[in-house]
Ligand binder design. Structure first.
Ligand SMILES: [Cu+2]
Length: 500
């Protein structure tokens, strides 16, 4: 960040130095963290938009931009009332400035370049340099002012999904406000009235703007001890979103209604999604919002959780029940909580199997039983985005190493300590470690399984299974018209592991 610009904030605005120091300190902390990770990314101050006048910008909080898709550490509040901050998966929290008791944020709606996984970058629309936009965190009762600068080529608005607020602040273009024209800045002001997990997104040309990635999360922390909100050790948040991006392309197709091919968490796909790293026996909260166009049954391995909050707020304790999967419907938010008391690397994913895969050719036929060895490679040399299914199931896809078009993530990928994971899309890993330090979110490698606790090949004798010859009970008799008995030929997997 350009330090001259920081000085400019204090010169050009009437906020006190203490709050500017706070913001600078937050940025310094982030830079230190980034430096520690050795990443190239950094938060940078935005140059003021040509379309927004210098005078208008002078009164605004400096927009803070994010240039990396990494998970940023929790933003510890140093002004306003204290709270236990969240960690946004492959995201970050927007710094604010206190101005006469009002928390001021500055969102910039703009085209962004988002790395969705290593080797796959998308040209999206988002806020402050990334899609999704930054998480906004406030405390119940906070007076909030959000400046929204529109650097998109068309008008936009921001709807504060789930909030109680004055009708004119609800962000519905045409109904409650004029759309924010390209190049203009609008201001939203309201009090964060109830604690919970919220989302924000445009309510203007929604199909385009949401298909392009415009969305973000909003957290309102309780102002005091709440009977239905527990203190937690780790508090993660992310959005479920989806895109339709042809293999090799960069820009989502905006006319797609249901047939999306990229299933992402915070605009990241496996193996690009950060793991959720926790310390053994931590109380863990995960907040999930769904701004895709279909439901996602979110499933965790090795632990049971309770849904402790929904769109409507905290769930009373007596109304909770244990689950291992919870469906998050379109437009919903769910908060799940559990004690991470089982060490290991636990899969955490959407349970729709095609949502844990990356882009593929859409009309690909099932090729099980068909010998097409060698053909796929030859065709894909001629037609870059041609993909076929394997002849023994789809695990082949992970092994084939077909030439992929540039800028595409493999359909089934990921390399674990025991080999290929054959996943994509909405999949990550909950890493529970005894030795993880409080406040440490870094991934320190694979779980070391204690001796004798991993599934292994049976070395003893294997008895032939006894097979039943019964055709089973039935509701009524079939009509027989002298049909001959049919024997079905099934081509079984043979030892053809090499693909040349
Ligand atoms: Cu899903």
């Amino acid at each position: 960040m350009n330090s001259d610009k920081n000085t400019d904030i204090s010169k050009n605005t009437n906020t006190d130095n203490r709050t500017n120091d706070n913001m600078n300190e937050q940025l310094r902390t982030r830079r230190k963290f980034l430096g520690g990770l050795g990443t190239l990314g950094a938060i940078t101050a935005a140059a003021s938009a040509a379309a927004v006048s210098k005078v208008a910008m002078a009164a605004l909080p400096e927009p803070v931009l994010q240039t990396t898709p990494d998970t940023m550490p929790p933003l510890i509040p140093t002004t306003g009332r204290p709270y236990n901050p969240v960690v946004t998966l492959n995201g970050w929290t927007l710094p604010w400035r206190m101005n006469n008791g009002v928390k001021e944020f500055h969102l910039v709606a703009e085209p962004v370049v988002r790395e969705m996984a290593p080797g796959f970058t998308a040209h999206l629309w988002g806020y402050n340099g990334q899609s999704p936009g930054p998480t906004i965190e406030v405390v119940e009762g906070d007076k909030v002012r959000i400046f929204v600068t529109n650097k998109l080529p068309e008008h936009t608005s921001v709807h504060w999904h789930g909030q109680r607020l004055p009708n004119g602040m609800d962000g519905v273009t045409g109904l409650t406000q004029q759309g924010i024209p390209a190049g203009k800045t609008f201001v939203y002001e309201f009090v964060a009235r109830r604690p919970g997990t919220f989302m924000y997104h445009p309510h203007a040309d929604e199909m385009t703007q949401m298909a392009m990635g415009m969305m973000g999360t909003w957290i309102t922390h309780p102002k005091a001890k709440h009977p239905h909100i527990d203190e937690v050790d780790r508090d993660f948040v992310f959005l479920l979103n989806s895109y339709d991006i042809d293999p090799g392309a960069y820009t989502p197709k905006i006319m797609t209604m249901l047939d999306f091919n990229i299933w992402s968490w915070n605009s990241r796909i496996f193996p690009g999604i950060a793991p959720l790293v926790v310390r053994k026996n931590d109380r863990v909260r995960i907040r999930v919002g769904n701004l895709s166009m279909t439901n996602h049954p979110i499933h965790i391995h090795g632990h049971e959780f309770q849904v402790t909050g929904t769109d409507g707020g905290p769930v009373p304790r007596q109304a909770r029940w244990p689950e291992v999967t919870t469906d998050v419907a379109v437009g919903q938010m769910r908060q799940i909580e559990f004690i991470a008391d089982e060490e290991g690397d636990w899969a955490f994913h959407c349970h729709k199997s095609h949502h844990t895969m990356n882009a593929m050719g859409h009309s690909a036929p099932t090729m099980i039983g068909v010998d097409h060895e060698g053909v796929a490679k030859k065709i894909s040399e001629l037609i870059p985005d041609y993909m076929v299914m394997g002849d023994r199931g789809m695990a082949d896809m992970g092994q084939m190493e077909m030439p992929l078009p540039d800028n595409t993530a493999p359909m089934m990928t990921g390399e674990g300590p025991f080999g290929g994971v054959e996943m994509g899309g909405m999949f990550s890993v909950l890493k529970v470690r005894k030795e993880q330090k409080r406040g440490d979110y870094q991934d320190h490698g694979w779980y070391q399984h204690p001796e004798g606790t991993v599934a292994r090949e049976w070395q003893g004798k294997v008895a032939e299974p006894t097979r039943s010859t019964s055709s089973g009970t039935r509701s009524m008799h079939m009509e027989h018209k002298n049909q001959p008995a049919v024997e079905v030929q099934v081509r079984k997997p043979a030892g053809k592991m090499q693909h040349d």
